[in-house]
Unconditional design. Sequence first.
Length: 83
Amino acid sequence: MAINAALSKPLTLSPELEAVVGKGPMPRTEVVKQLWVYIKKNSLQNPKNKRNILSDDKLKAIFGGKSEVTMFEMTKLVSAHLS
């Protein structure tokens, strides 16, 4: 139960993250959901490997300047933008 409460707790988002997913605070689960909406809307999945995300300028600001990250890296990098 405690894990779900932690996941659904609204968090403060960095300005860079808000530029992609919208105004916070919002729970981590919603942040990830909105990131995927953005990624799909802008066709930012690597066509050869759908588990990799290609960064546009907004995502680069979140992903530490990397031009491509894996799904797992994305989750870790996004954590730095939540408080």
